[in-house]
Design a protein around this ligand. Structure first.
Ligand code: DON
Length: 309
């Protein structure tokens, strides 16, 4: 595995040199304050190695990467009944698009676009006050990462709420179709807070371990989800994890990945490792520009692909 250490170090050094780093998201004002020169990458292998390069220990806003963990929790709570309220198809549209909702009766295409993740938040709210649902999500992520220092950045959550007109539109629209069971305000409270969880690449790669090891935590052998569920979450990450850039990510990188507008990406190499990369500048689809390039290079160097024989 010296090869993997070298590969991470090489990719971090190469990314540090890049001039064209994409655009930092500014529609959530608090995210616009992040230094675009940051770059971190982490790999946690199923045999327990933690390999880091660049700013891998600096927390960033995980944003939509959190949707992998809320989906996992919601499936644990209501199982396949979730699929009556959210689809499993790529949308081919931007993450915050509203256009398909009218034709499709308020059923979002998948759990990773904003509309789908707001329904997932509504599911997690059942039987809870918003603050309890938010606490449950945070504790689940802390448990997965084996790290109780992970926190929610309240300023990011407040910044998003103050400017979240599109998400309010999505939630209100779905409510009109009966696909939100709580008030939009409450489901969005849960949604904004889980998007505002701050994690480092190390913490994120640790939290993704169960997806790389058939639903088990490879460090303890304890099951988090069934092997079948881990495979299915991986399938959704591959087909929907990068929104209208999902096909391109699958083509270039060849592993399941989930991006966030904070510039993070969680990547899963089944049977091998959980990866996290962070570079705040985004490409035209709202996915980390250098993060995608770094994962593409790393996968090529390591010959990682779910399509590799
Ligand atoms: O709702 C939003 O717009 C953000 N909280 C999350 C969007 C996001 O991360 C899209 N990812 N690339």
């Amino acid at each position: 595995m010296a090869e993997l250490e070298q590969a991470l170090a090489d990719v971090a050094a190469e990314m540090a040199e890049r001039v064209d780093r994409g655009e930092v998201a500014t529609y959530i004002p608090q995210l616009g304050k992040v230094d675009p020169k940051k770059f971190g990458i982490a790999a946690v292998t199923n045999d327990g190695r933690v390999i880091l390069a660049g700013d891998a220990d600096q927390p960033f806003s995980i944003q939509s990467v959190s949707k992998v963990f809320t989906l996992t929790l919601a499936l644990g709570k209501i199982g396949d009944a979730l699929w009556h309220r959210v689809g499993r198809e790529p949308s081919g549209n931007p993450f915050n698009s509203i256009v398909q909702l009218e034709h499709e009766n308020g059923i979002p295409r998948n759990p990773f676009i904003n509309a789908g993740a707001i329904v997932v938040s509504d599911v997690l709210l059942a039987g809870h006050q918003p603050r309890e649902a938010i606490g449950e999500i945070l504790r689940f992520i802390q448990f997965l990462a084996d790290d109780e220092t992970i926190i929610i950045d309240r300023e990011v959550a407040a910044s998003e709420r103050a400017t979240g007109y599109r998400n309010f539109a999505l939630a209100n629209y779905m409510k009109s179709f009966g696909n939100l069971h709580h008030e939009p305000e409450l489901a969005l409270g849960v949604y904004f807070h889980h998007c505002a969880i701050a994690m480092s690449c190390r913490q994120l790669a640790m939290a993704g371990r169960f997806l790389a090891d058939g639903g088990r935590n490879p460090a303890t052998g304890h099951s988090v989800v069934s092997a079948e569920r881990a495979r299915r979450i991986g399938a959704l990450m591959l087909t929907c994890g990068h929104y209208d850039g999902s096909g391109d990510f699958a083509f270039r990188v060849g592993i399941p990945g989930k991006s966030g507008v904070g510039g993070g990406i969680l990547g899963i190499v089944p049977g091998v490792a959980s990866l996290a990369v962070w570079s705040p500048g985004l490409n035209e689809n709202g996915n980390s520009k250098l993060g995608s390039i770094a994962l593409e290079k790393l996968a090529r160097t390591m010959n990682w692909s779910i399509f590799a024989p």
